[in-house]
Every structure is written in structure tokens, then in C-alpha cells.
Design a protein around this ligand. Structure first.
Ligand code: GDP
Ligand code: MG
Length: 596
């Protein structure tokens, strides 16, 4: 297809505003999917995506659309809306010339609407503002059309009104895509350059790499080269998704399609990298390749120690399809053998652990999520700490923690409560804007470590669910942080060590020792539980001794009953962990970690 006949666009929206449903209607209207094949959220292929109703992976699909001006090829890229995956969103945007900015007509602009809009503007995309769900009785399109026009400039009457559910207005929207979004431009005779915006692992075909052609072209059987590594591969298949994969004879300027080389690991086909040909390699990579950076770390431990090899294998497999996943083995006194795993954010963490449970049938314990700290010690060496129990010994000169710029949108009556929450989390207000008379956007700089700990739940409960949140990294700052250890009879229980602000150390310590006193059964001897910063004890509880003799009840009588009891006790001991001389049931650790 010649570039003049191509339109590349994406749909950007806050989560739940209806991207995937709108995409469904477009697939039907363009006869890409027959009514018989249709199922809701067609492009969300992973089970977790379908069950939770969220999009995790980007998807690209080619559709044909007839207008008065003839036939056009529309490449639509459905992007995940969640902050954890904004790395994928931004790559998808770079593959497009325009974006449909979709807003729920009953909700209005939300935090991710703004975050995604800014990303689109940074990529110089043409924006088509659209209100969705106008079939809802609660829809107030006049009000939100004004809000949208106010945000991006232009006339409220220009804001299209559609329903992805009923299909109203979707054909006009496709016409507008053709009319407003510029055709792709590129040099057909130049050295080939294609941008990788997604790569997925398929058990049968290996890695499927999705690309947007910028210059030149690609044909099957050609040798291609990855610009970042220089690695070369033979192209076994080229094609387009429409939405099922359809092999093609090649891809030219402006086209969007997939490549298959038989490679088995997505890390060899990095999102953001440039593909060129071995015969005539380009020397200029396309802009925008950065390694996705894990922001949150957690320890993953199998509940049954025998599952450790299964966990290792499962992580290796997930890594094939999730280049952002990163892990290394670690051991814990309390939890045994496991892995320290890095994630893009909490939703990413949740999805990975859920997939491990489901697809690999693993029972897991996850330790409290931790961010990455940079700790400078007296000898001026800088330690990157992703696990509080690896906090360096000795005198510490400085601790730096990651900070984010958080945007919170909510009705104005909640401003007080939101400020209270942000301040209790060491946030500082950057600015505050009114989006309309009723709705406010607050911007805070907040330590990421304060957000990973139930911030979102707190925000929702204090605003009756009305607030939305988005955040982006804004560097690191020095802070008064200390490591708090929890000790059982003088021995540190590594899984409970935490890095917290000095002012919160005492409350963390007291909370943990109280919690553990309730959870750990009494022993033959007294067990002190302490919280400490270095050698200084900041909280203490005692578990009183008891003399627990299982045979006492038997009055020296029935031998077989005695034996049975002894066996039972042995059974129970298998699930005990020893911390020094103290026996702790594993359940106690799990309960203490999950905060129940
Ligand atoms: P996404 O997170 O942006 O991909 O949103 P989805 O397409 O998954 O839709 C979120 C929810 O809104 C689902 O329950 C949809 O059924 C519903 N929904 C989407 N579009 C419409 C619409 O036009 N009208 C109504 N009434 N509901 C819609
Ligand atoms: Mg979706």
C-alpha cells in the first residue's frame, strides 16, 4: 500500500474508558472480524487481560476502510492505559501519526487521560478528541466536550460523540481518522529502518516482532540486523495482523506489521530498537530506545521449598515474553530459597505473581515491595539496594530514594483529604489546577517508596473512588532514611527488614513486634521480639514461655496414641522455620508480611 493510503493511529484513554470495546466495534465495522468470530475485547488475548478487563500488551491491527476518497489501510494500535506499562504506550505512540483521545462521557478527563495526552503531544501526534459511552444515562457530553476543548484547544463541537458499545458514531470516527491524521512519510529508497514497538513470545513460532516501517522496505528471506546489538537473523515470515496473522510479500514505508525470525527470546528483539537489513545497514538508529527500568523489587519464595526449581523455570519462561522482568536468586533466613524480582510497578508485580500462580501452579510468598535506594557509605562507595536486608553496614553518609511526579484528579470537595494523605506520605505540592469548576488536578512530588505502600487504596477510599492517579519518575532525592530490623531472640529476621523514613521507624517497629507477638506461638523459653535501628532497640515485646508437652495428656497409658501424637508433632514441625532457637510456623511469616 502506498503511504498516501495509510493511516497509523492509536487510541489513548484512562483505564476503563472503553478503548478495547471501541476497537471491537472498529474491527466489526471494517469487516476485519466477522460477527460470528467476535468476542468482547477481541484484542485482549491473555486470560488475565480478559478476566480483569485490562489491556496489558499493546496490539496492532490492520483494517480496510472505504471512504468517498477511496480505500485506506488503517493501522490501529491498542495500548495499555496503566502507568506501569507507559513504556509500551510511549513506544506505540511513536509508531503512529495520530491518536484518538478517548474520554468516558460520564467520567470526564482522568489522570491517565492527561498522562497519555502529554505523551502523544511529545510525539507530535494529531489528536482527535472523542467522547465515548454516550449511550449511558449518566453521560454528560456537553459538559465534557467543553472540558476536552478547554484542555487541547479547539471547538467543543469538534469533539466526536460515540458509543463503543452500541457503535453509534464509530463510522464518522473512522472517516475523521482518514481526514485528519497525516499519511506517514519516509524514504522508500533509503537504507531500511523499522522501529520495534512490541515483541511477544509465541510457543509455536518463537518471538513475533511488531514493527513500524520508517524508511526502505523488508521482504521475506532477507537477513535483518538489530541496530542496538548488531545481531543478524533471517526473516522467515513477514506479515500483517488483520487481526489474525496474514503473511505478506513485504512491508514498505509507513506500514505496520510483524516479523518472525525463529528467535526464542524477546530480549533479542527489544522494544524501541531499530531493524535494518544486513545487505545495506542503516547507521542511524531511530530515536527512543531506552531499557525499561525496574522500579519495584520484591522477594518471591515458594511456600513449598521443593517448588524452587519450578519457580526458576517459570520465571525463565515468563522472561521470554516479558523483557521488563528481571530476577536473581536470593536466600532468606525466614523464607529459604527464592528470587529477588524487579518490576515496572505494582500492577506488573501483581500480574507476574498471578501468572506464576496460575500458569505454573505455584504457591508463593512475596515480601513487601521495595524501591531502589542508593546508599553512600563512609568510604564514598555507592551501593544500590533493592533488598533492605542488604543495606550496607557501617557509617552511612547519604541515602537517596526515587521520587515521582504524581498527578491526582478528583472532584474539588476531596482536595483536603487528598492533601492530608499526600502530606502524610512526605509529598510536596507542586501545583494545583482546576480542569473545570468541579474538578481539580493536584500535582505532587512524592517518594515512590511511599506510593508502593497502599497509597492507591488509601486515595480511593478517602475519595469514595472518585480520584484517579498517575505518576512518572522525576529522579532521586536525599532523605533521612534508616533501616529497621526485626529480631527474634536477638536474631535478625531478614524478610522483615525495611527501609523507612526516620520519623516512621518507631511506628513500623512497634507495629511489627506487636504483630509477631500475636502470630508466633509460645515456646519452651521466653522469646524477646525487638525492633532495632543498628544496635539501638526501638521497640520490644515478649512471648512468654510455656511448657508444651504433648504427652502430658496421655497419663502414660495408650502407647499407640502416644506414637500418633508424636508423629503429628513431627508433621507440624516440617512447616516450621528455625530462627536461631525459635521455631516459627511459616504461616506466621506469611501473615506478618501480608499485614493480616
Ligand atoms: P479499556 O480499559 O479502555 O480498554 O475499556 P474497556 O473497553 O475494557 O471497557 C471498560 C468497561 O466499559 C467495560 O465494562 C465495557 O463494557 C464498558 N464500555 C465500553 N464502552 C462502552 C460504551 O460505549 N457504553 C457503555 N455503556 N459501556 C461501555
Ligand atoms: Mg483495554
Amino acid at each position: 500500500t502506498p503511504p498516501e493510503r495509510i493511516r497509523n493511529f492509536c487510541i489513548i484513554a484512562h483505564i476503563d474508558h472503553g478503548k478495547s470495546t471501541l476497537a471491537d466495534r472498529m474491527l466489526q465495522l471494517t469487516d476485519s472480524v466477522t460477527d460470528r468470530e467476535m468476542r468482547a475485547q477481541y484484542l485482549d488475548r491473555m486470560d488475565i487481560e480478559r478476566e480483569r478487563g485490562i489491556t496489558i500488551k499493546s496490539q496492532a491491527v490492520r483494517m480496510n476502510w472505504h471512504t468517498d476518497g477511496g480505500q485506506f489501510a488503517l493501522n490501529m494500535i491498542d495500548t495499555p492505559g496503566h502507568v506501569d506499562f507507559s513504556y509500551e504506550v510511549s513506544r506505540s505512540l511513536a509508531a503512529c501519526e495520530g491518536a484518538i483521545l478517548l474520554v468516558d462521557a460520564a467520567q470526564g478527563i482522568e489522570a491517565q487521560t492527561l498522562a497519555n495526552l502529554y505523551l502523544a503531544l511529545e510525539n507530535d501526534l494529531e489528536i482527535i478528541p472523542v467522547l465515548n459511552k454516550i449511550d449511558l444515562p449518566a453521560a454528560d457530553p456537553d459538559r465534557f466536550a467543553a472540558e476536552l476543548a478547554n484542555l487541547i484547544g479547539g471547538d467543543p463541537d469538534d469533539v466526536l460523540r460515540v458509543s463503543g458499545k452500541t457503535g453509534i458514531g464509530v463510522d464518522q470516527l473512522l472517516d475523521r481518522v482518514v481526514e485528519r491524521i497525516p499519511a506517514p512519510v519516509g524514504d522508500p529508497d533509503g537504507a531500511t529502518r523499522a522501529m520495534i514497538f512490541d515483541s511477544v513470545y509465541d510457543a509455536y513460532r518463537g518471538v513475533v516482532t511488531y514493527v513500524r516501517m520508517i524508511d526502505g522496505g523488508l521482504v521475506p528471506r532477507e537477513r535483518i540486523q538489530m541496530l542496538s546489538t548488531g545481531a543478524t537473523h533471517e526473516l522467515l515470515e513477514i506479515g500483517v495482523s488483520s487481526p489474525e496473522p496474514a503473511p505478506s510479500r513485504g512491508l514498505g514505508v509507513g506500514e505496520v506489521g510483524y516479523l518472525i525470525t525463529g528467535v526464542k527470546d524477546v530480549r533479542q528483539s527489544k522494544v524501541g530498537d531499530t531493524v535494518t537489513t544486513s545487505a545495506r545497514p542503516s547507521t542511524e538508529p531511530l530515536p527512543g530506545y531506552t531499557e525499561p527500568k525496574p522500579m519495584v523489587f520484591s522477594g518471591l519464595y515458594p511456600i513449598d521449598a521443593g517448588d524452587y526449581p519450578v519457580l526458576r523455570e517459570a520465571l525463565d519462561k515468563l522472561k521470554l515474553s516479558d523483557a521488563a522482568l528481571n530476577y536473581e536468586p536470593e536466600t532468606s533466613v525466614a523464607l529459604g530459597f527464592g528470587f529477588r524480582v524487579g518490576f515496572l510497578g505494582l500492577l506488573h508485580l501483581e500480574i507476574v505473581t498471578e501468572r506464576l500462580r496460575r500458569e505454573f501452579d505455584l504457591d508463593l510468598i512475596t515480601t513487601a515491595p521495595s524501591v531502589v535506594y542508593e546508599v553512600t557509605t563512609e568510604d564514598t562507595s555507592v551501593h544500590t539496594v533493592t533488598n533492605p536486608s542488604e543495606y550496607p553496614e557501617g557509617r552511612i553518609v547519604e541515602v537517596r530514594e526515587p521520587v515521582v511526579r504524581a498527578a491526582i484528579l478528583a472532584p474539588k470537595e476531596y482536595v483536603g483529604k487528598i492533601m492530608e494523605l499526600c502530606e502524610s506520605r512526605r509529598g510536596s505540592l507542586l501545583n494545583m489546577d482546576y480542569l473545570s469548576e468541579e474538578r481539580v488536578e493536584l500535582r505532587y512530588s512524592i517518594p515512590l517508596g511511599e506510593i508502593v505502600f497502599d497509597f492507591f487504596d488509601q486515595l480511593k477510599s478517602r475519595t469514595q473512588g472518585y480520584a484517579s492517579l498517575d505518576y512518572e519518575p522525576m529522579g532521586e532525592q536525599g532523605a533521612d532514611l534508616v533501616k529497621v530490623d526485626i529480631l527474634l531472640q536477638g536474631e535478625t529476621v531478614d524478610a522483615f527488614s525495611a527501609i523507612v523514613h526516620k520519623d516512621k521507624a518507631y511506628s513500623y517497629g512497634t507495629m511489627m513486634v506487636e504483630r509477631l507477638r500475636k502470630l508466633i506461638p509460645r515456646q519452651q523459653f521466653e522469646v524477646p521480639i525487638q525492633a532495632a535501628i543498628g544496635a539501638r532497640i526501638i521497640a520490644r515485646e515478649n512471648i512468654r514461655a510455656i511448657r508444651k508437652d504433648v504427652l502430658a495428656k496421655c497419663y502414660g497409658g495408650d502407647i499407640s496414641r502416644k506414637r500418633k501424637l508424636l508423629e503429628k508433632q513431627k508433621e507440624g514441625k516440617k512447616r516450621m522455620k528455625m530462627v536461631g532457637r525459635v521455631e516459627v510456623p511459616q504461616e506466621a511469616f506469611i501473615a506478618a508480611l501480608s499485614g493480616d
